[in-house]
Design a binder for this molecule. Structure first.
Ligand SMILES: Nc1ncnc2c1ncn2[C@@H]1O[C@H](COP(=O)(O)OP(=O)(O)OP(=O)(O)O)[C@@H](O)[C@H]1O
Ligand SMILES: [Mg+2]
Length: 349
């Protein structure tokens, strides 16, 4: 039987998981997928805050979904993860990783000893003094944040085998099996975090994590209009940024949603412009959206208008084979599963 691994996405309001057989092989298959709701404040922006609550939710998830594997691939990618361009002298990846603590202290908001560091090489070049260099991405995470997620998984009797950067996991699903030419931005709008990864010819070049998401709208609606959380959620899903055909009584809500979304849209535009200004020969040709926040009615059009690049919503499984049992077992939203799937697919275990 092919080896199986379960990608686990610990989101703000759901834990989502996808079990994949033969993840690192030529024909990976989604065997099962499921999600369980997560109590408020158990996790925020991907950080586990309450290890016991998350462990209990994971146990329930395993029992409900009937996952066969206990091997888990986790993601990291929140405000406490930093990804920055870094150029280092050309040497083996092992040596680069060993030298990181000495090279990056001034780039980090915490002491090196409290950070997990990694380096993803992107291209080779020639440095100022003519010697060969490697350009890549430095990834640094606050150890404590990642350790809480690992502890929750262990407390549920599971075995964490991999931790990967969330934007990379997302791009893995989007790009799988496609010949993606040119520069493409992939954006996941979650509840509190928006992940951006930009790839050129399928290779990730740039990662940003924006501390904003769909929940900002809910908060704006409840605080400005005094509506309940449930009403705010309803307004988001049914009205959003639509104006045509919306009764006058909803205009104040549309106003508020425009304003709150405007902040996220501007942050996205600035992020993409920053990339384009440092890569003037690589115009972005397409934007792919995932995440619940991107389903806000009118969001796709508003982003497209602002950045003048074709924007589309991507479906959850990016063409990966889904076994018949997985498809028939339940009607859990597939769209939300992209990250969990990408984490499983990236696992080398
Ligand atoms: N149809 C919809 N229209 C508008 N907003 C939606 C819709 N569906 C979900 N949302 C919003 O999307 C957000 C949840 O998105 P998602 O499920 O991707 O987040 P998450 O993975 O739990 O959080 P995070 O990735 O930030 O940890 C919530 O703010 C929710 O209100
Ligand atoms: Mg999410």
């Amino acid at each position: 039987m092919a080896k199986r691994v379960v990608g686990v996405d610990i989101g703000n309001s759901w834990i989502r998981a996808v079990e994949v057989a033969d993840a690192a092989g030529p024909r990976p298959t989604v065997e099962r997928y499921h999600r369980v709701p997560l109590a408020d404040d158990a996790a925020r922006s991907g950080d586990v805050l309450d290890v016991h609550t998350v462990a209990d939710a994971l146990k329930r998830l395993w029992a409900d979904a009937g996952f066969k594997s206990k091997d888990v691939a986790l993601g990291m990618g929140n405000q406490r993860v930093l990804a920055r361009d870094l150029t280092v002298p050309k040497m083996s990846l092992k040596h680069i990783r060993e030298s990181l603590p000495f090279q990056v202290q001034e780039m980090l908001p915490v002491p090196v000893a409290e950070a997990l560091l990694d380096f993803y090489p992107i291209s080779e070049g020639v440095g100022e003094n003519g010697s060969p260099v490697i350009n890549g991405l430095l990834v640094a995470a606050v150890k404590e944040a990642v350790m809480a997620n690992v502890s929750a998984v262990q407390a549920a009797g599971l075995n964490p085998v991999d931790v990967d950067l969330i934007p990379f996991a997302l791009s893995r699903v989007h790009l799988r099996g496609k010949d993606v030419r040119g520069t493409v931005a992939m954006i996941d709008v979650g509840s509190t975090t928006t992940n951006v990864v930009i790839t050129i010819n399928g290779v990730p070049q740039f990662v940003r994590i924006i501390p904003a998401g769909g929940d900002d709208l809910g908060r704006a609606l409840t605080s400005h209009l005094g509506v309940s959380v449930a009403e705010a959620e309803h307004l988001k899903r049914t009205i959003g940024l639509r104006t045509a055909g919306v009764p006058a009584e909803f205009r104040p809500a549309v106003e508020v949603m425009y304003q709150a979304t405007g902040q996220l849209l501007n942050a996205l535009r600035n992020t993409l412009s920053f990339f384009v200004s440092s890569h003037p020969n690589d115009p972005i040709v397409a934007v792919l959206l995932t995440g619940g926040g991107s389903k806000l009615p009118g969001f796709v059009a508003a982003l497209g208008e602002l950045i003048r690049v074709p924007v589309s919503l991507d479906d959850g499984f990016g063409g990966i084979r889904v076994s018949r049992t997985a498809g028939a077992s339940h009607d859990v939203d597939r769209d939300g599963m992209t990250l969990a799937l990408g984490l499983a697919l990236g696992s080398k275990a």
